[in-house]
Design a protein. Structure first.
Length: 279
């Protein structure tokens, strides 16, 4: 379920940067609460209106010098709200296919026992990026300081499992242009956070393909697959939003078919850091 600089790659608007849809509150005692917000609160998908101020201010050559030339057709599979009991299935599918993905992780009171999976994912070549410690919109979007305190707590909690100083990518809960943040921090809170993230050296990552696997209900694996195929359409540079939370088991089920479909279409699988430069 992601201050901002949006990046043009190869003359094509690279989707931007931002964060994910979480989940709705669930059972308080028998199961961890489901994190999230309504679909209308999220960053629009696909979002074609982003242009990173940093990218537009810098000469194109200087942007390209910071990263290798990306392939003509590429796709980044990204997962929010893990690690969880679903993560081992996701890693198994990715590793079996030889595909590397990017995980925007959380560190709530409910997934502490799964945090060692961060080390396992990184060791397998997957990218670890920041999402949120609490994923509580009412807390993290109260103010700029509240958001960065949440990020500091996230880094503290995952620090035993990954070198957090080497992480330069994040995704805002709800995406970089979400509307839910306005309820708590006012209309300008996301603009402020995007600018601050950029100043702190973070690339904030949104998406232009959404699996819709964590916004209401529990879609089947076939529905998730169809959503991704439909939203990919004719796009040749894709950042796909999925979730590896405790409630998105069907995403793991759909993953082998999703990978095969992108392979059949001639896409190269990349991590986010391989195609989107750090500011």
């Amino acid at each position: 379920m992601a201050l901002t600089r949006k990046i043009f790659l190869r003359g094509s608007l690279l989707l931007s940067i931002g964060a994910v849809a979480g989940f709705l509150l669930g059972c308080l005692f028998s199961a961890p609460p489901v994190i999230g917000c309504n679909e209308d609160d999220l960053t629009p998908v696909p979002d074609t209106g982003f242009v990173s101020p940093a990218a537009s201010e810098a000469p194109a050559a200087s942007v390209l010098e910071t990263a290798p030339e990306p392939p003509e057709k590429w796709v980044c599979l990204t997962f929010d709200d893990g690690p969880s009991k679903t993560t081992p299935e996701v890693l198994s599918a990715l590793n079996a296919a030889g595909v590397h993905a990017t995980f925007f992780v959380v560190a709530t009171d409910y997934n502490e026992k799964y945090l060692p999976l961060i080390t396992e994912a990184a060791a397998a070549g997957h990218q670890i990026a920041l999402h949120s410690a609490s994923h509580e919109y009412s807390d993290i979007y109260q103010s700029s300081s509240a958001y960065w305190q949440d990020i500091a707590l996230l880094k503290e909690r995952i620090g035993p499992y990954i070198n957090t100083d080497a992480i330069h990518y994040l995704r805002f809960p709800g995406g970089s242009t979400n509307t839910v943040s306005r309820r708590y921090g006012g209309k300008g809170i996301m603009s402020q956070l995007k600018q601050e993230a950029s100043e702190k050296g973070y690339a904030s990552i949104d998406w232009n393909v959404c699996a819709e696997d964590a916004v209401g209900g529990k879609p089947s694996a076939s529905t998730i697959y169809r959503n991704i195929v439909r939203e990919t359409g004719e796009q040749t540079q894709c950042v796909v939003l999925m979730h590896d939370s405790a409630t998105t088991h069907t995403t793991a089920e759909a993953l082998p078919d999703i990978i095969r479909w992108y392979q059949d279409q001639g896409f190269t699988f990349c991590t986010v850091e391989q195609v989107i430069p750090v500011p």
